[in-house]
Ligand binder design. Structure first.
Ligand code: DX5
Ligand code: ZN
Length: 225
């Protein structure tokens, strides 16, 4: 069953409550919170996403799907745990350590820390990161977020080569009986949704395509088909 996580990155100013309530009525499965620190990616949405998360927490019961595009992963985890998100996803590329074993240990410690705080964990990978790099962590996480655009902004075109990564990951988790969600993020709309679903994605993040629609429900229902 395919789920939809609406990215609120491009929400129109002063229309936030109308948009959030409209998305709730349209039955988005999650609100996708794009946290950018101006370092890991050039845009900085940090304070805005804290404000939005706090607001959504107050007016909606729908779960938060937090996507950290930050260098200080642990600091951001602490900041966003306070909104009791359903899942926190961090980028594999944000954990830098030349020593392979130390890097693996740091990643496993982050996964453990998020879980100890009663939150599910996801790992995100950029388009140029090989899918094999995430394999060793799959048994410990709930979701792999395959970026189908370069992280950093909404409204981009899906990068076709990322479709193969979805297929390879889907085959790997099926062959190894790993229960995990495959989320895709960036350039997902009615023209690209079928391709990513056929490839194996079961959670679709969409921002621009949904927020620019007159009727959110029509497009969300279409994406879920
Ligand atoms: C990009 C974000 C995506 C983006 C999706 O860095 O992670 O979630 O906001 O927006 P669209 O659907 O417009 O590509
Ligand atoms: Zn995102």
């Amino acid at each position: 069953m395919v789920e939809v996580s609406t990215s609120i990155l491009s929400m129109k100013e002063k229309e936030e409550s109308k948009t959030i309530m409209g998305l709730e009525i349209a039955k988005t499965d999650y609100f996708h919170i794009d946290v950018m620190d101006g370092k890991f990616v050039s845009k900085n949405t940090y304070e805005k996403m804290i404000e939005y998360s706090s607001y959504i927490k107050r007016i909606s019961n729908l779960p938060l799907d937090v996507h950290l595009m930050v260098e200080d992963v642990r600091g951001a985890i602490d900041d966003f745990l306070s909104f009791e998100p359903n899942i926190i996803t961090f980028h594999l590329e944000a954990i830098k350590n030349s020593d392979k074993e130390k890097k693996k240990e740091e990643i496993l410690n982050i996964i453990k820390y998020i879980k100890e705080n009663n939150c599910k964990v996801g790992i995100a990978i950029k388009p140029d990161t090989k899918i094999e790099e995430v394999y060793e962590f799959l048994p410990y996480i709930h979701m792999c977020l395959i970026m189908t655009v370069e992280p950093g902004k909404g409204g981009q075109e899906l990068i076709e080569t990322t479709i193969d990564k979805i297929k390879i990951l889907k085959n790997y988790i099926d062959e190894n009986n790993i229960e995990i969600d495959i989320e895709v993020d960036g350039g997902i709309n009615l023209a690209t949704a079928d391709k990513v679903k056929e490839a194996g994605a079961n959670i679709l993040v969409s921002g621009t395509a949904i927020l620019m629609a007159n009727d959110y429900k029509v497009i969300i229902d279409e994406l879920k088909k």
